[in-house]
Design a protein around this ligand. Structure first.
Ligand SMILES: NC(=O)C1=CN([C@@H]2O[C@H](COP(=O)(O)OP(=O)(O)OC[C@H]3O[C@@H](n4cnc5c(N)ncnc54)[C@H](O)[C@@H]3O)[C@@H](O)[C@H]2O)[C@@H](O)CC1
Ligand SMILES: [K+]
Length: 531
């Protein structure tokens, strides 16, 4: 399990640890770990060209010390001093190791960046702009632009957990130049411009090929859009572990998911493995029923009972001879369908009277219910339906959650973590919030951040498959919280190789589960290696 923290939690843990250690120890550990990753990214250090983007805080300090190590091993290291201040001991170390230092033209950054002697950064002013002067040059100077453009490795040490709000200049321009440059970009602790505690990005932010983070995962490295800026992530242990609090957010790993997934034993039969009921599809929307049933079957359920009207019944029958089918007359509920251990309610169901009758009857059953899609619209109109003794798992995207909670969609998207947590508490249900990062929340438990999503999944019908998978796991006896987070994890891996249609995701599920289980048995993680 990856545990993730806000910047305040990290700071508190660092303070507690620092109190037990000689000054500078943590920065030393951080810089050592960073230099190791930089060296690996460079392949050969000697003769390589490294540019450090150095902010005014300790993030810049880490970067200068790591740069000093690379310079000592023969890299050509240029530090661009971008902050109003500079970590002086780090700067001195870099100079001693033979690194070069460049300031920025004009503005506070250049006039107040100082050397260890307190003088303005020397040798810093860029050459007079000549041909090919750009707007960027006005902010950072042509010399800096050229240095960044020629670097093999650009180290983003502008902002770490001290960053707040949108990147100010000259950081924003430097972030953009780094993004346009052909060299690899490594972010120190987290990409500058990404909010450590939420993953929010307001304005420009560094897009890193890799991020080396210190002590513990920051939530912003796991939640989009921040996660999308971080590239490959590596955690450097600086000894923070014993000082960290209980996490508010976690991400499952392959091993966690394999441990949670039900596997049939010698005494299993289809009933013990779990029977999932699926109330989905309508005369107009037949595909949702086919996909939800497919997701459930491919996830390895004991049995699927499908209940719906004539048209989707015909489609489900044609696609899935494995499903046991009940045709519902208009207005009829699911009372006579037979025993099920959990229901999936809603994909393609419609929102008219017939759909409402089905929804009421499903929610009146004394088993866990997954409420998705059209059923979310129905329960938004009739909130009392959610008040029941058996567990409820809802699987909305931001728009659907907005209808249920009244919180504007944009706000849910911008502050997804906070809003999913609040929705779970207020509605007293488990919430799986779909988005570029899928989140699963249940009151009293850390929010689970799904690490396996893929943009290829943004295609019609994938949500129906996900509902089927999660329903199958609910029927097998997992809690809503575990069923939702395992389903999102598997679905994300099954959908990572595009282009794909929703039915391809369902089809990829058995192989996804097999490769997770086999990967762990062989001591490797195929899912992670391929991502
Ligand atoms: N505290 C510790 O024990 C350790 C900290 N370490 C490093 O220290 C970092 C945190 O250092 P700091 O607290 O100095 O903070 P940062 O280095 O993240 O920088 C904070 C400074 O940036 C400026 N700033 C904030 N938001 C800005 C924005 N949007 N645009 C432009 N400037 C902005 C502020 O003026 C603030 O002073 C960590 O991320 C990590 O890299 C590591 O050395 C490990 C140990
Ligand atoms: K950074």
């Amino acid at each position: 399990m990856r545990t993730a923290y806000t910047s305040d939690q990290i700071r508190a843990a660092e303070a507690a640890l620092m109190a037990t250690l000689p000054e500078g120890t943590l920065m030393e550990r951080a810089a050592t770990g960073l230099a190791v990753v930089c060296a690996r990214m460079l392949g050969g250090v000697y003769g390589s060209r490294v540019v450090l983007l150095v902010g005014g805080g300790d993030n810049g300090g880490d970067t200068l010390y790591a740069g000093a190590r690379l310079a000592a091993r023969g890299a050509g290291v240029d530090a661009i001093i971008a902050g109003r201040r500079v970590h002086e001991a780090g700067l001195a170390a870099l100079r001693r190791a033979g690194g070069r230092v460049t300031g920025l033209p004009g503005g506070e950054a250049a006039t107040s960046a100082t050397t260890p002697n307190g003088r303005p950064v020397a040798g810093s002013l860029p050459g007079a702009p000549g041909d090919g002067v750009t707007d960027d040059d006005a902010v950072v100077g042509g010399t800096v632009r050229d240095l960044i453009g020629a670097a093999d490795l650009i180290v983003d040490g502008m902002l770490g957990i001290g960053g707040t709000g949108a990147l100010r200049e000259p950081y924003a321009t430097l972030a953009r130049l780094a993004g346009d440059a052909p060299g690899e970009v490594v972010a120190v602790d987290l990409p500058s411009g990404v909010d450590a505690s939420s993953g929010q990005v307001e304005g420009a932010a560094v897009r890193a090929d890799a991020t080396v983070t210190f002590g513990a995962w920051k939530i912003g490295l796991l939640v989009d859009p921040g996660a999308g800026h971080a590239g490959r992530t590596e955690l450097v242990d600086i000894g923070l572990g014993p000082h960290l609090p209980e996490p508010d957010a976690v991400a499952l790993t392959d091993a966690d998911v394999v441990a949670l997934l039900p596997r049939p034993g010698a005494s299993s039969d289809k009933y013990r493995r779990g029977v999932v009921g699926i109330a989905a599809g309508s005369e107009h929307y037949t595909g949702a029923a086919v996909l939800a049933v497919g997701g459930a079957l491919r996830a390895g359920v004991g049995m699927v009972r499908y209940a719906g009207s004539a048209e989707p019944v015909a489609q489900v029958r044609a696609h899935w001879p494995e499903a046991v089918i009940t045709t519902l007359a208009p207005g009829e509920g699911v009372e006579e369908v037979g025993r099920v251990q959990a229901w999936v309610l809603g994909p393609g169901l419609g929102t008219g009277d017939e759909a409402r009758a089905i929804a009421r009857s499903v929610l009146a059953e004394d088993v866990p219910v997954l409420v998705d899609a059209d059923a979310l619209t129905l329960v938004a109109q009739e909130r009392s339906l959610l008040r029941r003794d058996a567990p409820v798992l809802i699987t909305p995207h931001a728009g659907e959650l907005s209808r249920l909670t009244g919180v504007p969609r944009e706000l849910i998207e911008a502050r997804s973590l906070e809003n999913v947590r609040r929705a779970a508490a207020e509605l007293e249900v488990t919430v799986l919030l779909k988005g570029s990062t899928t989140l699963v929340a249940r009151e009293g438990r850390p929010v689970r951040i799904n690490p396996t999503g893929s943009p290829w999944l943004a295609t019609g019908g994938t949500g129906d498959v996900l509902a089927g998978v999660a329903g199958a796991l609910l029927a097998a006896g997992l809690s809503g919280y575990d069923a939702a987070s395992c389903a999102a994890y598997l679905h994300g891996i099954a959908g990572r190789r595009g282009p794909l249609a929703a039915s391809d995701v369902a089809e990829a599920l058995p192989e996804t589960v097999r490769s997770l289980v086999n990967g762990l048995r062989q001591g490797r993680s195929p899912a992670k290696l391929d991502r």
